[in-house]
Design a protein around this ligand. Structure first.
Ligand code: GLU
Length: 493
């Protein structure tokens, strides 16, 4: 079977050139782990920083691992994070298709080209059954490596099942360069003749990514450092084809602790889990950006970055070789900063579902205004505001507060005076309640706090509340406030 040289020429001619092109190439697993999200972010940042193109490619060649709806998670996450892609399965582009399972024929053709060039060979061995290499495959023992191309082709034509393996040189060393890790040299004898095309005709990840990165004109290959050990084999593939080697940017792992990588299987949160735990997308991205990259120069101390600021500031030189430890406390700190920086309207919109989990009818805007400076995560909200819905059980000891100079007797006197005053207020505004209470304190010749404390305790039924007496009474409304204050008074009688 002769090779269709024209096909390869046409494929070469389609490759976009002249601009930075990066790709995020997730396998559809059904969730986005933190390391993957960070890889997506860095990949996007490198493209945006250079005014280049960001491509989404779906790597679904491992058909056994496919998960229903998994690509939707990828699209949804990228969209939520504003990591917009210029080319991809859903938006198309000059080097479509962008889903590996739809590129199957291409890999087969390139594998045969590599066989012709002498850098790959057909292997008919039984041990090739599993498709993937186990790593203990001794190429010296493999009779197929020594078959002539004519012999091998005859067996292929006769319908014998085969895989295609990479022919790694027996001697010598291979060196590759990584932008973060520098030069790495390995002895070729430590590299296995990895499978490129499996028995079912599907490529392995290791082959498909090289073909696609080349044919898609990828200039910077950004991925997790778990692929570092395969990089020499990729280089040998590029060299075998006579192609330029892209810039490799391997990202150090995101760790749960000093020893262990984060892993969904071991209960570490994915991006979706963090969202469910009440973290904001912006805060997650900001925190994740700084896990493995540090700003330098006059922004070295800056902590909060918008996506645009990151795109301007991001550079490979700021990326770290050392693993980064994911710290939920630090993320919580970022989340609080992001919550406080929102406009009151945006915060209210974000807080609404959480407020409504606990409080049915009262004003979301007014409750949100109390919360904005006082919560670190949106999920903290229901517990903080439940007292608005139902007065908690509480004991009279809450009425005692040294700083406010209150005890049960003082509190009783305060509530006895506050109830008729509040009943008689002409309006139920923040100002009216505030002025009424402070005037009353003055009349009673007590500190404001001596009056406010028992009013707040009786209104809320708990010691710690978002907001003070005036705000709580205002939100509860006059009837409910008076009902609660009378109940407080009964407790103190
Ligand atoms: N599909 C691979 C993964 O999800 C991508 C590796 C790469 O970017 O080359 O880990």
């Amino acid at each position: 079977m002769s090779l269709d040289i024209k096909y390869f020429e046409e494929m070469e001619a389609k490759i976009p050139r002249g601009k930075v092109r990066t790709r995020f190439a997730p396998s559809p697993t059904g969730y986005m782990h933190v390391g993957n999200l960070r890889t997506a972010l860095y990949t996007w940042l490198i493209a945006r920083n250079a005014g280049g193109t960001f491509i989404l490619r779906i790597e679904d060649t491992d058909q056994g691992r496919l998960v229903e709806g998994a690509t939707d998670v990828i699209y949804k996450t990228l969209a939520e994070c504003h990591l917009d892609h210029d080319e991809g399965p859903d938006v198309g582009g000059p080097v479509a298709p962008y889903i590996q399972s739809q590129r199957r024929d291409t890999y087969g053709k390139y594998a045969r080209l590599l066989v012709e060039k002498g850098h790959a060979y057909y292997c008919f061995c039984e041990k090739a059954e599993s498709g993937e290499d186990s790593g203990d495959f001794d190429r010296a023992d493999d009779p197929c490596r020594a078959l002539s191309l004519a012999e091998a082709q005859a067996r292929v034509d006769a319908g014998e099942p085969y895989v295609i393996r990479q022919r790694i040189p027996k001697e010598g060393t291979t060196t590759f360069h990584d932008a973060i890790f520098g030069d790495i040299t390995v002895e070729n004898k430590t590299l296995d003749d990895q499978v490129l095309i499996k028995r079912d005709g599907m490529p392995t990840y290791n082959f498909a990514n090289v073909i696609d990165d080349h044919l898609m004109g990828i200039t910077h290959v950004v991925r997790g450092s778990e692929y570092l050990s395969s990089a020499p084999k990729y280089n040998l593939l590029y060299e075998g084809f006579g192609w330029d080697i892209p810039t490799y940017v391997h990202c150090s792992p995101v760790m749960r602790d000093a020893q262990n990588k984060m892993s969904k299987r071991h209960g570490d949160p994915s991006y979706e889990d963090l969202k469910d735990q009440g973290f904001l997308t912006g805060a997650i991205l900001n925190y994740v950006a700084l896990l493995g990259w540090s700003p330098r120069g006059d922004i070295a101390e800056q902590e909060v970055f918008s996506l645009d600021e990151l795109a301007r500031a991001f550079d490979l030189a700021g990326m770290s070789k050392s693993p980064a430890i994911f710290d939920i406390e630090k993320l919580t700190h970022f989340n609080a900063l992001y919550l406080r920086a929102m406009s009151p309207e945006a915060f209210a919109r974000a807080a609404e579902p959480y407020i409504r989990q606990a409080v049915k009818d009262l004003s979301v805007e007014e409750i949100a205004a109390l919360l904005q400076a006082r919560c670190e995560k949106l999920t903290d909200i229901p517990e903080k505001v439940a007292f608005f819905q139902a007065l908690p059980e509480y004991g009279v000891d809450l009425f005692t507060n040294k700083k406010s100079k209150t005890n049960p007797e003082v509190s009783r006197a305060m509530l006895e005076a506050a109830i008729p005053m509040l009943e008689g207020l002409s309006g139920w505004t923040q100002e009216a309640i505030h002025d009424g209470l402070t005037a009353l304190a003055e009349k009673l010749e007590v500190k404001n706090a001596t009056l406010m404390w028992p009013v707040r305790i009786a209104a809320a039924g708990q010691a710690v509340t978002p907001g003070g007496a005036v705000e709580i009474c205002r939100i509860l409304g006059r009837d409910e406030t008076l009902r609660r204050l009378r109940l407080g008074l009964e407790k103190l009688a």
